[in-house]
Design a protein around this ligand. Sequence first.
Ligand code: ZN
Length: 354
Amino acid sequence: MVEIPELLPWHSTAWAALTKSFDRIAHATLLTGSPGVGKFQFASRLAMALLCDAAKSQPCGECRGCHLFAAATHPDLHVITSELMLNSIAPSMLAYSHRYLDDERTRSKRKTVRPNILISQVRALIEQANTASHISKNKVFLIAPIDAMTDSASNSLLKVLEEPAQDNFFILITENVQILLPTIASRCQTLHLSDPDANQSRQWLSVQGLRDQEINSIIASQKSPLLGLRMFRNNVLKNSEKLNELVITALKSANNFDMLSLVNLAMEAGENESLLTLQQLIVGLVKSNLTSNSQPMYGNSNFESIAESLDVCKMLLLYDHIGKVRQEMRDGSLDRKLTVEDVLLAFENIGRVG
Ligand SMILES: [Zn+2]
């Protein structure tokens, strides 16, 4: 069974309303809602259901259509977006959206990022709309954000929306419904996705594995839980990278560990994440030591010589030790800060000498 885009708890009413009579679903749906409410996620789930061979209101996750959808290779899903949007699009949709954009080389030569959806993209879409579907009963055209279309692109799209073929389904996404051509809006069934309330946000974030303190700070910042989670994870990533950097530097400079900074950083990144990061660092060091291959993820030019100066056996023992304390920490039997400090101290002793 492949992964199906999650139905977010605050989408369930809208989903039920839309899919109540799934066999008579509108040919054009306009999804609106504030930034971070999860419009793309909702749209992905809907697209997957429309392309599922089971033709039910939920994707089955098992048929050929669902498998192709999840592998980002379904030939009947067409995602049209702007170059500007590429940074914020769901990763699962990224591969699809490239089909309707200039390739990366052309884009980087041009040096400007186009904010609009162009008429050439809509023309390519229309060509697909007029062609028979490849493997599914339906074809799905997901356009986001619809308000990024140039006037000529909008007018061109209008023509296919007026008389959509039986097997064509359009999902249009916007957060600015007021700047949309009214003629486009009038040809769609509009579905507004409401923001989650604090309880829904809290519950969802807790299911994602965040701690109360982190959840409180996301809710206090009034960010949507999706954006909050993404920012939180990016931050964790940044801190993990920094932790790696500091540990590598400390290993290089004759074990000159600034323990206070290291522990603080590790705590900020989250104890478990930090311990995991340190385990991965050991794997990188051991690999480099044994094969003399550089480990591209650690952008330190001295990485190889540092790795060579360390004792593989001691590193492997430390790796095991970290695995054990992670387990014990999950069981709640260890003081988190002391444990992290203890592990970082152990890094001082993985050199060959001593
Ligand atoms: Zn399916």
